[in-house]
Design a protein around this ligand. Sequence first.
Ligand code: ATP
Ligand code: MG
Length: 448
Amino acid sequence: MACLMEIDIPVYVRDVLNILEKNRHDAYVAGGCVRDSLLGKEPGDWDVATDCVPEKMMEIFPNAVPTGIKYGTVTVLTGGGPVEVTAFRTDSGYSDGRRPGSVKFTKNLCKDLERRDFTINSIAYNLKSGLIDPLGGVCDLKNRIIRCSGDPSVRFAEDYLRILRAFRFSAKLGFLIEPETKKAAVQNKWRLLKISAERVQKEFNEILLRSGYKELDDFLSEFSEVLLPELYACKGITQRNNNHRYDVFDHIVRGTADYTGNDIKVKLAILLHDVGKSKCKTTDEMGLEHFYGHGEISEQLAKNILIRMKYPGDVVRDVCRLIKHHHILIEPNEGFAKKMLREFGREQAFRLMELKIADTGNLKESRKCWTEEIMECRKLMFSIIEKKQPCSLADLAVNGTDIIKHLNLVPSERVGEILEYLLDRVIDDPKLNEKKTLLEIAAEIPTV
Ligand code: ATP
Ligand code: MG
């Protein structure tokens, strides 16, 4: 892998370093920006580390915002964007597994690098000194390894979120977690219950969205026991029938990794679509295993899980609806594609197709045709939308207010029914989709 030894620091960040140096302070870029630059990636943001204490920073940069003064951080607003400047510090007195009890500022850069989480995040750089890498982060970057800076058991016990950060970086960068680091992460897994659902959710989403199959399997095999016991219960639940090749857990994890899009609702729907199977398995007289009603049971379990993990209401609603309907049999024809768009709305209809593709993608060879049919239906849905063919209420040239005004209806009385009728007509004959025509048709609908 390309691992550059020089870093192209943007001018606005260099200006901040120069001003600190002119005031006789040491200043470096450090952490994620150095890691990403060495990997040849564009850093998301540039963080500066310095031996200047925060009060002095506020004098040097009078317009800076004291965003985290207790932890030594101020944000300098520059023409190129905000730059976080943090004093070299050592953290100690961790007692709650979340934040250091006390923060001490230091003149020693190496001490600051040692308090950081992983070796690849513990590298600093400036033009004068080049790379400062006391923990071997560059070597780990080259070997694609996530390794704790220092003793992993100690580091994870200080701050439990680092456990998830390890898996997040592994997923995002495709790096292996060094065995001792991984062992300590697993040993400390129950501590994740002590951190807030919001912080867990943020890291968990990234892990889900960025992991390949191997990383996701590694992570969920251990951590679902803590975060998603409903999924953990699916381990070893066999599915001896005409469709499945894998047990429930494996089927779910493979499907989840197969979806490589960015939509967290799709990811969660795949992850949770079959969790109810552990609760409803039956075996028939032929020895075939069935899971009757698992769509509804999974929907209910998913709802509990998503609320527990503090997902926003729209995520809970949309994911649950997808799970409830994940058994729909897809037909690869235009009429059916329109029906999907109409019943679910554009976004949800496409999500449902992604869920179904993932769900059928690791079945027995004889079921390959199912995935092909779903893909064909998805293609037809795209082409309907491309041709701007109306297929949902939102596509109609009239809305509820138009109908109420034109027919002098008491609001809500029959409006929904009339719009549905108009949509039926327009789906059959898209030429009717003009305001004047639709209002005429609406006026002629007999009231029963
Ligand atoms: P990203 O690309 O996700 O922003 P990052 O490495 O920049 O990755 P940040 O959360 O922005 O991550 O943190 C910046 C730096 O601060 C890290 O590179 C690391 O050196 C240090 N750091 C962040 N969180 C922790 C933590 N929980 N424990 C120790 N060091 C941390
Ligand atoms: Mg960052």
